[in-house]
Design a protein around this ligand. Structure first.
Ligand code: NAD
Ligand code: ZN
Length: 365
């Protein structure tokens, strides 16, 4: 069977997941948030709901919804919203307003809104269309692409969810101007990851990128390449049976930090910050296994984006290891790691001795 790859469309990309009937467009451009109804065919929907959070409501909701009629669902911001009560709120409001199967849910927000709203739409009446309008750098380059949706459960990240593709993704770099520096840098962790696992030339570009003084056009170029990399990988392997696992580089250790920090409001790590630590740990594991030593290079890049190279806060080695054991990618109780063989080349499904994992974690705690 011929492999399908993302193609350039008007201003964006098209994702055609391998072996799946329906593909979708990713529209990328500054100011697109004001033109959603020109870019997408919203007229065919029986009703439209927009899910967003109370931070974004005063900033960008009006820009998005000015040109069409919709019902809005506003929730509190934050990772804690990836929960069953939030799902109940969304399902309840869709039901109360008699949303049928021809309705659409537009998710305006970061990865939390995208993951939660995507899962609510994937399950409401066995699935209605949803459109992702990501507003954080992290969600633009990563979370909104590839159809992973879900919530956290029992203290485990994304334990319950689905892989359901959106109908479209609209990426507007302009909305990043209201994002905090800390959140922006969190997104840079995934950009670094994309370079490390797939494209050494792009990684060199990221090293040169003067992100603090970058004009919007340059930022858009960086975003576009990151999206291309993610799109290429998820198109080839939408259900994460193989290649897609390389996107988990930094995430097995990263999710352990992220989950443990959830209970400590003061020490809370953002997703990208946890992934930054996770990438160092997993680069260290790769080095200990004899692959090309990338650790210093990764630490330099992570520092450049003001991301942590040492874990602050009460992280105990045993708790971290315990968390990696509950990782979703594990099979038969064995942790499977996505690691770096060399710059731009990742490998997956690697089993690693626990002693070595412990040694690698010690690099950052
Ligand atoms: N589905 C996937 O493939 C995937 C991939 C990576 C991460 N994720 C998930 O994404 C989540 C993290 O997403 P995130 O980093 O976008 O965080 P987030 O969604 O929590 O957003 C971060 C904060 O920024 C605010 N915000 C968002 N856009 C803004 C803007 N333009 N201006 C001002 N404030 C803005 C939000 O209100 C929130 O307070 C995690 O739950 C993670 O598991 C999912
Ligand atoms: Zn991530």
């Amino acid at each position: 069977m011929a492999k399908m790859h993302p193609m350039k469309s008007n201003q964006g990309l098209h994702i055609q997941p391998e072996n799946q009937r329906r593909g979708y467009d990713i529209h990328i451009g500054s100011g697109f948030i004001n033109h959603l109804s020109d870019i997408l065919n919203l007229k065919d929907y029986s009703s439209i709901a927009v899910l967003t959070d109370s931070n974004l409501e005063p900033l960008w909701l009006k820009n998005l919804t000015d040109a069409f009629c919709c019902y809005t669902i506003i929730i509190n911001p934050g990772e804690a919203q990836k929960s069953i009560p939030s799902l109940e709120t969304i399902w309840g409001q869709l039901n109360e307003h008699r949303f049928d199967r021809k309705a659409v849910l537009i998710n305006l927000g970061g990865g939390v809104i995208g993951d939660l709203g995507g899962f609510a739409a994937a399950t409401y009446k066995r699935g209605i269309d949803f459109i992702q309008v990501p507003t954080t750098l992290l969600s633009q380059v990563d979370a909104s692409i590839g159809g992973k949706t879900g919530i956290n459960f029992a203290g485990i990240k994304n334990l319950v969810g689905s892989i359901t593709q959106p109908t479209a993704v609209v990426v507007d770099p302009l909305v990043l101007k209201t994002l905090s520096d800390r959140e922006f840098c969190s997104g840079c962790a995934e950009i670094v990851k994309h370079g490390l696992i797939r494209d050494r030339d792009y990684l060199a570009e990221i090293e040169d990128w003067d992100f603090k003084n970058s004009d919007l056009a340059r930022t858009e170029e960086i975003i576009r390449r990151s999206i291309e990399i993610k799109a290429e990988i998820v198109s080839a392997d939408p259900l994460e049976q193989g290649l897609r696992k390389i996107l988990n580089f930094g995430h097995t250790a990263g999710h352990a930090f992220e989950a443990l920090s959830l209970g400590h409001e003061k020490e809370r790590l953002l997703h990208g910050e946890a992934v930054a630590l996770g990438m160092i740990v997993e680069a260290e594991i790769s080095r200990l296994l004899g692959y090309e030593d990338q650790v210093a290079k990764i630490c330099d890049l992570i520092s450049k984006f003001n991301l942590p190279t040492k874990a602050r806060g009460p992280f105990e080695l045993d708790s971290l290891i315990e968390r990696t054991r509950s990782d979703k990618k594990n099979v038969g109780g064995t942790t499977r790691w996505s690691l770096l063989e060399a710059t731009g080349k990742a490998i997956f499904d690697i089993e690693v001795k626990e002693e070595l994992v412990k040694e690698a974690f010690m690099r950052v705690i």
